[in-house]
Design a protein around this ligand. Structure first.
Ligand SMILES: *[C@@H]1O[C@H](CO)[C@@H](O)[C@H](O)[C@H]1NC(C)=O
Ligand SMILES: *[C@@H]1O[C@H](CO)[C@@H](O)[C@H](O)[C@H]1NC(C)=O
Length: 496
């Protein structure tokens, strides 16, 4: 088809010029001789002189790299896509020929993207070095994920940082690079270093010593708006504080929960004004999210996963102190955390500034702690808790005893705007539910399913929907109610 098209175009029997984003050349048979293949390639090369094609896809055109030379000489801006194997062959060939124009044309046509071959396999240091030395403005992207790079290689690369983009650089590479620029005091290199790291300093799982911390600070001080990843990074004492006070240079900070606690404590230990600024910076860089759940450890530490973190009163005081400096709602994720009552008492005063995620057990504990001596404080606690839960109270599958039901009744009485109340699977008996019933009309969606409610409460339940017309669902199925017929009249009741 390529041969035929070229013939038609050449003899001007196809009148209109063709412009297309991508042209794919697909080889359906392996029977063609090299001579024919070569003719096909030169026909396509000629076609490209008549047609405007932005990208030539040769990933399904199995042909040895040496046949592709004609295409590399094509002038117009043209990207060529090759499968990994042929790309590597071509790379080797280009390096062997050592022709400046050909090399530059190759780099342009590949878009500088060398990520299909990995260093050490297919892409040698010599080849990379050769490509980087070309007088070209083409950025070269290399995938270093599967590579360990020696410090010596890093030093070799430093002069070329302007032109290189590392894809998924390993934390050890990042650490070597920042250590190297610190050692040589190359502050002028830092903007290009950060650009080649795509503005991410990923030090996940690295152990930093004092010198590494100094290198990190040096880098941060000469940067702006960088993303800093310190998940499971071990940082010496003193290091935390220095990083904390340099956070103004950081746009995003990622911390595992243990480091997060250390940063929070560090804010609290600092002098008032400095601490306030640090707390504000910390909250900003964490995107207003204090995540003390296990989610930050998902990929990393098998043994950490699912383990509860015990927060002491001191930890809660630190969280509370930092949250006092928040300018907007902060997400506080306490799933997988265990907290003593005295700790939760310290969190209540800042609950009105957070959106809370917690385990059911912790939620039940918070509910039980709402009633306190002073009525003013009780009202404040109830309101803050409802706000922190965004109006959705899910106590399903918890054991609600008399004390908990009393506290819950009080919360319902004191708060407005509850959208959902889930009390399914709570082993609620008629006697316990009776404590709650005067206030249950406040929820729009009420789930009472899978409890021990009997027919004795039918009238009270029916009354709920008449008090408040904004209730739209009451789930009462899987209880001990025998006569369902009274509920069938109202569609808002879900009885099975
Ligand atoms: C940071 O490094 C870790 C460990 O090598 C890796 O799993 C993670 O994907 C990296 N993150 C980014 C954003 O590069
Ligand atoms: C009815 O429920 C809505 C939504 O939860 C609540 O805002 C409102 O205060 C309730 N009305 C009465 C009369 O309790």
């Amino acid at each position: 088809m390529a041969l035929l098209l070229f013939r038609l175009v050449r003899t001007q029997r196809v009148a209109c010029p063709v412009a297309t984003e991508e042209l794919s050349l697909v080889l359906k048979t392996s029977q063609l001789s090299d001579r024919v293949l070569l003719r096909v390639v030169s026909s396509v090369a000629s076609l490209l002189r008549y047609w405007a094609v932005r990208c030539l896809d040769l990933t399904e055109f199995s042909i040895h790299a040496q046949f592709l030379m004609t295409l590399l000489l094509h002038h117009d801006p043209l990207k060529i896509k090759l499968c990994a194997q042929h790309f590597q062959q071509l790379l080797v060939l280009i390096h062997e020929i050592q022709d400046k124009d050909l090399t530059q044309s190759f780099l342009r046509k590949a878009g500088g993207d060398l990520t299909s071959c990995s260093l050490g396999l297919g892409l040698d240091w010599e080849v990379l070095h050769y490509l980087l030395q070309q007088p070209s403005t083409q950025t070269i992207t290399v995938d270093l994920r599967r590579n360990r790079i020696s410090e010596k290689r890093i030093i070799d690369l430093l002069p070329f940082l302007d032109r290189i983009l590392f894809k998924r650089p390993s934390p050890s590479l990042v650490l070597s690079a920042i250590r190297e620029s610190y050692k040589t005091h190359s502050s002028h290199c830092i903007p290009s270093l950060l650009r080649s790291l795509d503005h991410v300093i990923n030090l996940t799982c690295r152990q930093l010593d004092t010198a590494d911390c100094a290198a990190l600070l040096f880098t941060l001080q000469h940067s702006d708006g960088v993303k800093l990843k310190l998940l499971w990074t071990s940082i010496p004492t003193g290091g935390i504080e220095s990083i904390l006070f340099t956070l103004e240079k950081v746009s995003h900070l990622s911390l595992d929960r243990n480091l997060l606690l250390r940063f929070l404590h560090c804010c609290t230990a600092s002098k008032a004004q400095q601490g306030a600024a640090a707390a504000a910076d910390l909250l900003r860089t964490l995107q207003h999210r204090l995540d003390l759940s296990c989610s930050s450890s998902v990929e990393l530490s098998e043994q950490e996963r699912g383990e509860a973190l015990c927060l002491t009163a001191g930890d809660c005081r630190a969280i509370s102190t930092v949250l006092r400096h928040s300018s907007q709602d902060t997400q506080l994720d306490l799933r997988d955390c265990e907290v003593e009552d005295s700790g939760l008492d310290l969190l209540f005063p800042v609950l009105d500034r957070v959106r809370l995620s917690s385990s059911k057990a912790l939620l039940l504990q918070l509910v039980s702690l709402v009633p306190v001596g002073s009525e003013r404080d009780t009202v404040r606690r109830a309101e803050s808790l409802c706000r922190a839960l965004a109006g959705e109270l899910d106590l399903s599958e918890t054991r609600l005893d008399q004390r908990a039901c009393g506290a819950l009744a009080l919360i319902l009485e004191l708060s407005e705007g509850l959208t959902e109340l889930d009390l399914s699977h709570c082993q609620l008996t008629d006697r316990l539910l009776q404590m709650l019933i005067p206030h249950l009309h406040k929820a729009q969606v009420l789930d009472l399913s899978h409890n021990k409610i009997t027919d004795a409460l039918t009238d009270s339940l029916l009354q709920l929907v008449s008090i408040n017309t904004s209730i739209h669902t009451v789930r009462v199925f899987s209880n001990s109610i025998v006569d369902r017929s009274p509920f069938l009249k109202d569609k808002r009741f879900e009885t099975w």
